[in-house]
Design a protein around this ligand. Structure first.
Ligand SMILES: [Zn+2]
Length: 298
């Protein structure tokens, strides 16, 4: 490997590349060598390119991106680094939880150092300067920064705010992920309703599926471990779903006899939080449905 690049430098570049590939237009074509050059790994040798190639494939997979390699006559045989590939990132693209647009920009906080990349990203609407204002509240033992991660260029709203309920004093807050103790998802229409209830207990959690009317399809309450409960919490209140940034009601009254859904959260101190819809669904509906569908077939 080139002496001027450490293993860690290449992995850092791979991380930065994937971050940008999430935002690029689906189908954009690159080569590994071109990405290496663009991200500062000039004249990276074949060993280095190999490390970058494998890191990108692995990181892309966990980000929900795939690379579609095409046959290319100019490609050197046995050398994948010059073969153009199309980035397939529809699943990875970040949608605004308010309007569903994928035209969103990442906030850059602090005083940015000027670079051509910064200028280009700002011009393309991929980055937006967030200034230096720190906006923290004290949550349990941490100070949590409430600044949004992203801005939607379509509806002009911000999103990607930590799942914190700020107290009236504006100094302290509570994290949804520590408060919720019961989740009930109800989905149905004219032919019947399915209800999935997930409850946090002292040492574990459990899920119960009820069908109304019950044609023998309801399922016994099943326990699962607490880690899985927190996985659900981080899924719902993280960038997969952004639940705390949803509207509380979605309706389309133009359709009769349609489907209705409800998501009710109960906190450990009895407070409640409700989301519902009638023939209308929030932008991250498919992610929510996927979670509950994993417990039942409805
Ligand atoms: Zn929007």
């Amino acid at each position: 490997m080139n002496e001027q690049y450490k293993f860690g430098d290449i992995l850092d570049a791979a991380d930065e590349i994937i971050d940008d590939l999430i935002d690029c237009k689906d189908g954009t074509v690159f080569t590994i060598r071109q990405l290496a050059e663009e991200y500062g790994l000039t004249d990276l040798d074949d060993n280095g390119l190999n490390v970058l190639y494998h890191a990108l494939i692995e990181y892309a997979k966990s980000a929900g991106i795939s690379f579609e390699f095409s046959e290319h006559e100019e490609a050197e045989e046995g050398n994948p680094y010059n073969i153009p590939f199309a980035v397939r990132n529809i699943k990875a693209q970040i949608k605004c939880p308010h309007c569903g647009s994928i035209d969103t920009a990442k906030y850059i906080y602090g005083k940015p150092v000027y670079s051509e990349k910064l200028e280009r990203k700002l011009k393309e609407g991929k980055w937006i300067l967030g200034g230096c204002k720190i906006n923290t509240v004290h949550v349990y033992i941490d100070d949590v920064d409430l600044n949004p991660e992203r801005h939607c260029n379509s509806c002009n709203k911000d999103f990607g705010i930590p799942p914190v309920i700020v107290a009236p004093d504006q100094k302290t807050g509570e994290d949804y992920r520590g408060l919720v103790s019961l989740i009930r998802f109800t989905f149905g229409g004219y032919s019947g309703t399915t209800e999935v209830t997930i409850t946090r207990h002292h040492y574990c959690a459990s899920v119960k599926v009820t069908k109304i009317p019950d044609n023998g399809e309801s399922k016994e309450e099943r326990p699962f471990d607490k880690k899985q409960w927190y996985d659900i919490m981080y899924y719902l209140f993280g960038p997969a779903v952004y639940l705390h940034e949803w509207e509380t009601s979605y309706r389309d009254d133009s359709i009769l006899d349609g489907t209705e859904w409800k998501l009710d959260l109960t906190f450990e101190d009895g407070r409640e939080c409700h989301y519902s819809g009638y023939n209308a669904y929030p932008p991250y509906w498919d992610k929510l449905e996927k979670l509950f569908r994993s417990y039942t077939d409805f």
